[in-house]
Ligand binder design. Structure first.
Ligand code: DQA
Length: 147
């Protein structure tokens, strides 16, 4: 059983990028955390990061054949991308959206998610630990119902 972990633009700079908002842990730390949590539940994880919208669309589509579900931090594309939303709608696998920061206490342009209406759930405001919560929630969803 496999999960996809997908991280969007600028998350390759995690740990260096605005540490007061996003913390000091790196993307590699996030990947290690998610892999450990998933392994305890009998899941393997394939991890992707890109700064390019089309790459993210490709991986969402691939999950239909290659994964049971997706944990995704779409970063800035959360607030703008109809293409990512349509990709999520196009697959039958569950998707959980995660944000490190509490986007609702930030600028108003971060208050809207194009993706949330087509995702199974959302985790936000718990820092890097949100990835653990999102992974456990995702696995719970897969084991109980599917989508
Ligand atoms: C983010 C929140 C987004 O608004 C922002 O563009 C990011 C990171 C988060 O994890 O808190 O790049 O998705």
């Amino acid at each position: 059983k496999r999960l996809f972990l997908i991280n969007g633009p600028n998350l390759n700079m995690l740990g260096k990028r605005e540490p007061a908002t996003y913390g000091k842990k790196s993307l590699e730390d996030v990947e290690t955390l998610v892999k450990e949590v998933a392994a305890e539940q009998g899941f393997e994880v394939k991890s992707f990061q890109s700064n390019h919208e089309g790459d993210l669309v490709d991986w969402i589509q691939r999950a239909e054949e290659e994964a049971e579900g997706i944990v995704i931090n779409p970063a800035a594309y959360t607030h703008t991308s109809i293409a990512l939303r349509d990709a999520i709608s196009a697959i039958s696998k569950p998707v959980v959206e995660i944000h490190i920061s509490n986007v609702h206490e930030r600028e108003s342009f971060r208050h809207t998610s194009m993706l949330a209406p087509v995702c199974s759930g959302q985790v936000l405001g718990f820092g890097i630990d949100g990835y653990r919560l999102a992974t456990l929630g995702m696995i719970q969803k897969i084991e109980s119902e599917g989508r």
